[in-house]
Write a protein that binds this ligand. Structure first.
Ligand code: HEM
Length: 235
């Protein structure tokens, strides 16, 4: 594929990945969010959903591009989509810390503008015991945070210089942790819904198919290798 076409597609992927964020900003600035009966809950769920969609989209790129050598270029978008998954995961975590937990963000920002940045810390001191308590008591928060930490690790090691510093094999091994992050994210989803609610089943089914595709591909690769090696030895 031409360099120009790749560049145009990259711009398109950036725009597509930013649509949910732009929608959220528009929702907030137009005042429509205030009309929502539970705006904080809405933002938490919205950002959580988009983290999961992008995480699954990122994992889907590898098996899809293996379907045909003609679409091998798709791999160039995996890192980008993965970084957007991290972006939405961080928005989701920030929503939890700065809105869900009772942090009075408007007061903190008003004080900041008035030249009292200390209020940011005062507010944090008020909410952190609740957050800590949540972290100890709620297993869905623990597994969610674990998924976020993994995505953070992958995001900071994603630049090309990190790949060079770590070596291709180590880097690939580390980055296969994205599957662990996705499994943790789906568990997070199951653990937060009420008993009997089956909403996370679609994400679970997609993830199961993607994991199966990986196992099947690895088995086929091993099979091809073992077939090729006696022939190579004979040659
Ligand atoms: C990769 C990381 C994560 C993913 C993919 C994720 C995904 C989700 C999803 C899909 C939902 C439910 C959305 C819906 O019902 O439509 C959700 C809800 C939620 N998540 Fe996460 N999450 C992640 C990390 C976190 C972290 C780190 C925290 C906080 C420390 C967190 C806190 C919450 C909370 C409080 C809810 C709402 C629970 C409720 O409705 O009672 N999540 N998340």
């Amino acid at each position: 594929m031409h360099k120009r076409a790749i560049l145009a597609l990259k711009v398109l992927v950036h725009l597509l990945c930013l649509v949910p964020f732009a929608w959220l900003l528009h929702f907030y600035t137009s005042g429509a969010l205030a009309l929502n009966p539970d705006p904080i809950n809405y933002i938490t769920h919205f950002t959580g959903d988009w983290t999961l969609y992008l995480l699954l989209a990122c994992l889907a790129i590898t098996p899809i591009r293996r379907l045909s050598p003609k679409i091998g270029w798709l791999i160039r978008f995996r890192r980008l989509v993965g970084l957007y998954a991290f972006f939405y995961a961080t928005l989701h975590l920030s929503t939890y810390v700065f809105l869900f937990s009772g942090y009075d963000l408007p007061t903190a920002l008003t004080n900041l503008r008035a030249g009292h940045p200390g209020e940011l810390v005062t507010q944090w001191k008020q909410v952190w015991p609740n957050i800590f308590d949540d972290l100890l008591k709620r297993r869905f928060i623990q597994v969610g945070l674990f998924a976020w930490l993994l995505l953070f690790l992958l995001a900071i090691t994603s630049p090309a210089f990190m790949l060079r510093a770590m070596g291709g094999k180590n880097w690939s091994r580390l980055h296969s942790l994205i599957y662990v992050a996705a499994i943790a994210a789906v568990i997070h989803f199951w653990w937060l819904v009420k008993a009997g609610v089956r909403t996370p089943w679609k994400a679970t089914a997609i993830l199961a198919i993607l994991l199966l595709a990986r196992v099947v591909y690895a088995a086929l690769k091993n099979h091809r290798k073992s077939k090729a090696s006696p022939a190579r030895a004979a040659a």
